[in-house]
Design a protein around this ligand. Sequence first.
Ligand code: NDP
Length: 452
Amino acid sequence: MTKNVHEQLVNDFMAKIISKNPGETEFHQAVKEVAESLIPFIEENPKYKTSKILERIAEPERVILFRVPWMDDKGEIQINKGIRIEMNSAIGPYKGGLRFHATVNLGILKFLAFEQVFKNSLTTLPMGGGKGGSDFDPKGKSDNEVMRFCQSFMTELQRHIGPDTDVPAGDIGVGGREIGFMFGQYKRLRNEFTGVLTGKGLDWGGSLIRPEATGYGQVYFAAEMLKTRNLDFNGKIVTVSGSGNVAQYATQKATQLGGKVVTLSDSEGYIYDPKGIDAEKLTFIMHLKNVKRGRIKEYCDKYSEAKFVPGKRPWEVKCDIALPSATQNEIDGNDAQTLVKNGCYLVSEGANMPSTPEAMGVYLENKILYGPGKAANAGGVATSGLEMSQNSMRLSWSREEVDEKLHTIMINIHKNCVKYGKEPDGFVNYVKGANIGGFVKVAEAMLAQGLV
Ligand code: NDP
């Protein structure tokens, strides 16, 4: 079948998705990217076509919308939205993070839940896909306000989740503090101490390496991609965006492997430190962001060799390797052109869908090593899966044991992407590889389970 026929099939499929889900632009974007890889594959495997597997995967099994009322420190009533998307449970309980950010809406959470289905399948662990969150913005809120919000959020969410039903975790704006408050409220209401959330504290059911997992996994995946060209991190200049959980541990692992990380960012701009962000500087950043809850520009007050560039993203800085680790659509076509022009030959995504379709086009055209988020950042949810296993067995594995399992999972995800993504000229299209690799297991399970 020709390229034009495939394009027409994708356009017809997307016209239906857009009319059924109006205004949900990020969701359309995520579905289109997957459809472009999958439709040619489905045409070659008609059993998936007649069973309308792709159409079914693009429709959430369940969407839960609820009101989250809470009282701020001034005694004023606040109302936020609560959302949980239970996308697909063909291969295991729904699994995926909660995002608390002012920009959260249904379309953003549906894109994240959709991506999560493929990502969780790629980990090889038995986890379905889900995602949730709220338009609540934890920035500038006191600990007490965050606690009251989390308690109100969980008061409703608890009736829909459970260790064998739906197991949420963290995402933007949801870290150890928020998971703690939500777990406490779940336990109080249900009178059960179970592995219903992952990302828990170490003393109450959490797994070693879970905080590190997404960033470490992103770098392990990058290292596997580098190996295909006989390269490694040693001496490479690395740009990282974001300065939250994923960015911090991506910086740590890239540095441990010999790379020099020269940027970090937040929504106000980026810092550039030509001398590199070493272990001591990273400790300062972790305290600044995780304890003081400050802004990344404060780094320059402490380290005078660094400069803060307001209102911009770090992609104009010359680098070998880029590790986007902040948010969706943070690299557009022009940014991607700049990266490639400056010699960047590897992009490994810690964030979900940080590259626009135009940016992805630039990477693929220039045949650089490009690891899309659903493969490269799957280490976070994989280690959440390992946390669930430890909770079920009532055991805790050592740091080394979890790190080794994480590393092995990332190597296997890379192999799976190569299996489905290698093109006749030897170039590995990791987008295609991740989409098809993630799809097959879910599709087979759906076929086996009948029309449900
Ligand atoms: P955090 O909340 O810890 O950090 C988010 C970082 O991104 C902050 O520095 C934040 O800056 C920045 N950021 C958020 N929104 C924007 C925006 N609109 N524009 C510019 N910068 C922004 O989140 P995580 O580190 O957990 O998540 C980062 C990314 O990684 C997300 O895409 C998430 O979905 C993805 N991810 C996370 C996983 C995890 O295990 N945590 C797993 C897999 C993927 P500011 O403080 O100014 O908002």
